[in-house]
Design a protein around this ligand. Structure first.
Ligand SMILES: *[C@@H]1O[C@H](CO)[C@@H](O)[C@H](O)[C@H]1NC(C)=O
Ligand SMILES: *[C@@H]1O[C@H](CO)[C@@H](O)[C@H](O)[C@H]1NC(C)=O
Ligand SMILES: *[C@@H]1O[C@H](CO)[C@@H](O)[C@H](O)[C@H]1NC(C)=O
Ligand SMILES: *[C@@H]1O[C@H](CO)[C@@H](O)[C@H](O)[C@H]1NC(C)=O
Ligand SMILES: *[C@@H]1O[C@H](CO)[C@@H](O)[C@H](O)[C@H]1NC(C)=O
Ligand SMILES: *[C@@H]1O[C@H](CO)[C@@H](O)[C@H](O)[C@H]1NC(C)=O
Ligand SMILES: *[C@@H]1O[C@H](CO)[C@@H](O)[C@H](O)[C@H]1NC(C)=O
Ligand SMILES: *[C@@H]1O[C@H](CO)[C@@H](O)[C@H](O)[C@H]1NC(C)=O
Ligand SMILES: *[C@@H]1O[C@H](CO)[C@@H](O)[C@H](O)[C@H]1NC(C)=O
Length: 400
């Protein structure tokens, strides 16, 4: 069956279930409690293993962000020139825009989805899923046969995925001074604490596992470093400490003003919100041929998520050694990841292994996995399930 057929089936299934709460769900399926969500809707996951509540959750967060001496570009030409300055050898651009630090705080509305097993059991463990640049929360439940949510649910976990601040259905504040790495770390930490404290779905989860992709891994990693008791275990996908290829990645994405690229999705956003230019840019950044279905690339491009200047300028600054984190940690990459490995995670050494060792001196168990012939968007390749199985057995081996 082709991927588009999968997507169509998933869409049909969603349409069947997309009654607002109180509407009829098929016999034998209990809707999870929707407490904590405003405007909740209830739908199955792509593969049907989970029943999920989606809506908005309020998050009060604060952080010390960077004050950038940089204003929202007037036009596309200024955007392109900004990235040329950013990648120019010997340039002082990065220093020139540093204007010190400032505290930001606010009450943000975060688009989120809590999934529980469709058979009505209530897991005691939940995985907090933080997506990366170029996607939104649906990265984790993209299509039947690719869904990390379905896999995690079948392994007995609940999942909580959310749109990063500035992405998808979440609030879209100032893209330079507010939507930055530090504040997003605070939001992830708050969400994890809320999952422990019965704020969502009326369930007290006793175990919370942080799982990230790319920039979402940097955020998850920063939570383990700044708040070492928030997560019991962490899985960082599409991640390393090697930043050599970030300029190549940013260039490959060929970032364009989001509201000009897809006005039908991003018309309300100012010029500080960007997206990759095309399916070609998306393939450069996230995929490796022939290990993916071209229809999945097309679907990823159609559903792509935005990124802000504030995030791009702070993405490298938030990860740091988690001296006090003792839980198990694994790094899971596509072996041919562009941004974090320059196309080869085994060169000049295993970069996933090097990163987990450098960042987690006190961890009880460390491991890594490189999915063969796979790019940065691990979950959208034919090897996705191999990566998920590694994650599942790593967590089970360590009693999570
Ligand atoms: C901000 O940048 C402008 C030019 O780009 C410069 O004239 C100004 O002095 C800078 N301000 C600070 C506070 O660095
Ligand atoms: C873009 O805006 C700048 C001002 O920031 C202006 O100087 C330039 O002419 C504009 N370019 C185009 C192509 O509109
Ligand atoms: C931000 O707030 C913290 C705690 O209140 C304070 O210690 C810090 O100095 C503040 N940072 C700035 C840049 O004002
Ligand atoms: C957020 O909401 C809480 C409770 O309503 C309020 O006490 C707080 O002042 C708000 N914070 C900001 C930064 O608006
Ligand atoms: C319900 O489904 C979950 C997730 O697939 C599974 O772990 C659990 O054993 C199932 N429980 C029953 C009673 O079938
Ligand atoms: C969750 O735990 C807190 C204290 O840890 C308790 O007060 C609360 O009743 C629990 N809620 C549920 C739904 O079990
Ligand atoms: C880590 O542990 C050390 C020693 O107990 C303590 O001084 C430090 O504040 C801790 N750091 C964090 C981020 O919890
Ligand atoms: C980072 O990767 C580049 C190749 O992309 C390599 O030349 C460099 O030695 C690596 N640095 C570290 C610290 O691993
Ligand atoms: C990646 O680098 C390793 C170590 O130099 C090398 O053995 C391997 O062939 C490279 N992989 C590719 C796909 O070029």
């Amino acid at each position: 069956m082709t991927a588009l057929t999968f997507l169509t089936f998933a869409g049909l299934a969603a349409a069947q279930y997309s009654n607002s709460v109180g509407g009829a769900l098929p016999a034998g399926i209990d809707a999870p409690m929707t407490s904590g969500f405003s405007n909740p809707t209830v739908q199955p996951s792509r593969g049907g293993a989970a029943i999920c509540v989606s809506g908005h959750v309020p998050v009060m967060a604060s952080a010390e962000n960077v004050m950038f001496n940089f204003s929202i570009p007037a036009n596309e030409s200024d955007v392109t020139d900004t990235f040329l300055k950013y990648i120019t050898q010997g340039s002082t651009f990065a220093q020139s825009i540093m204007g010190g630090m400032h505290n930001v705080s606010g009450n943000y509305s975060i688009g989120a989805t809590l999934c529980m097993p469709a058979n009505g059991t209530i897991p005691s463990s939940v995985q907090l899923l933080t997506h990366g640049i170029g996607f939104d929360r649906y990265y984790w439940d993209f299509a039947a046969g690719y869904s990390y949510v379905d896999y995690a649910i079948e392994q007995g976990y609940a999942t909580f995925s959310y749109d990063r601040l500035g992405v998808g259905l979440s609030s879209t504040p100032d893209p330079i001074q507010v939507v930055q790495g530090p504040l997003e770390v605070s939001i992830a930490n708050q969400l994890a604490m809320s999952l422990r404290n019965s704020k969502f779905g009326g369930t007290n989860f006793s175990t919370v596992i942080g799982v990230g992709h790319s920039f979402g891994s940097a955020i998850t990693q920063a939570v383990t470093s700044m708040h070492p008791t928030t997560f019991d275990a962490a899985i960082l996908t599409g991640f390393s400490m090697n930043q050599t290829a970030i300029p190549a990645f940013v260039t490959a994405l060929n970032l364009q003003i989001a509201s000009q690229n897809q006005p039908y999705r991003f018309a309300g956003l100012n010029n500080g919100y960007l997206v990759d230019y095309s399916a070609v840019s998306n393939q450069y950044g996230f995929f490796r041929a022939p290990n993916f279905d071209p229809l999945i690339l097309a679907a990823g491009e159609a559903a792509k998520g935005s990124v802000t200047f504030g995030e791009l300028f702070t993405q490298a600054a938030i990860a740091s050694p988690a001296m006090n984190f003792t839980g198990p940690v694994a790094i899971v990459n596509g072996a041919a990841d562009l941004p974090f490995c320059f196309g080869n995670c085994s060169y000049p050494m295993n970069l996933a292994e090097a990163a987990v060792n450098a960042l987690y001196p006190a961890s009880m168990a460390k491991d890594n996995y490189l999915a063969p012939s796979t790019g940065h968007g691990v979950n959208l390749h034919y090897t996705a399930m191999d990566a998920y199985k590694f994650i599942g057995s790593f967590l089970k081996q360590n009693r999570y």
